[in-house]
Write a protein that binds this ligand. Sequence first.
Ligand code: SAM
Length: 286
Amino acid sequence: MPNRIKTVTNPKEFFFSENSYPNKSLGQNFIKDLRVIDRIIELAELSSEDEVLEIGPGLGALTLALTDNAGKVVAIEKDKKLVKHLSELFRDYPNVKLVHQDALKADFSSFYSGKKMKAISNLPYSVSSPILFKLLQAREYFSCMVLMLQLEVGERITACPGGKTYGSISVLLQTFMDITTEFRVHPASFWPKPKVDSIVLKLVPLKVPRAAVSDEKLYEKVVRAAFSSRRKMIGNSLQSIMSRDSARELLELSGIDKTRRAETLTIEEFGVLVDKVSLIEKQSMS
Ligand code: SAM
């Protein structure tokens, strides 16, 4: 096996030879089970026409498979040492663009060439939620996303109303994207082994959101406020952003009982709730 392939499939060997150790704060758990990579590639249904954005290429194991199956790959990596390794590895790959940057600060739309991209990543767990929200905001530039996450985060994203795991992340992502749970990955598939299982999700931006949302910022603000205190009734939790009278009026106009808790509201009900905000006194909102 050529050396460079060995280093990406044997992350331990790479770090030993560098006399260093993966950076925990950067969520560095590298895939060593190539079957996981095959399944991700299959799910992404790649063709030579596709342009891929990968966040956190690491040692390049997934990136290599992406370059074999897609037309172009843009890979954003924060760790300088890994960027150096990746630059070597992909020196002769004209279809790979390496970006040494913090993905949280990147403008994903700047990688858009006019053809919708596919976001494919084993996300750094330390920043998976903020990256998900960045991808959500940039969804118009993506045809789909295949993302590996911590199981617990994946469960929150796909949760249904009524359950303990249903929260603002479930509502905000499911309003705008079709999300399917694809497969679970055991910690032994990575080096170093994470403490928890992982899950691969496929997210497809919807042409028409599940709730009619005219002001996305306001929608996010109201949804987050509703879940700000899970034990509180919605009439009380909404008081974190509006007066008690406005909250009562808003819930009456929306036909939602003020004694319900946020986790019982469907996405459509959140849509109605936010739609009616314009009818109450906006000045009373903080
Ligand atoms: N793709 C590789 C794999 O599957 O083996 C590595 C995945 S590892 C879970 C996450 C990668 O994201 C690491 O390489 C880490 O350095 C990188 N990373 C962490 N935070 C980042 C950030 N804010 N922006 C870009 N890359 C980041």
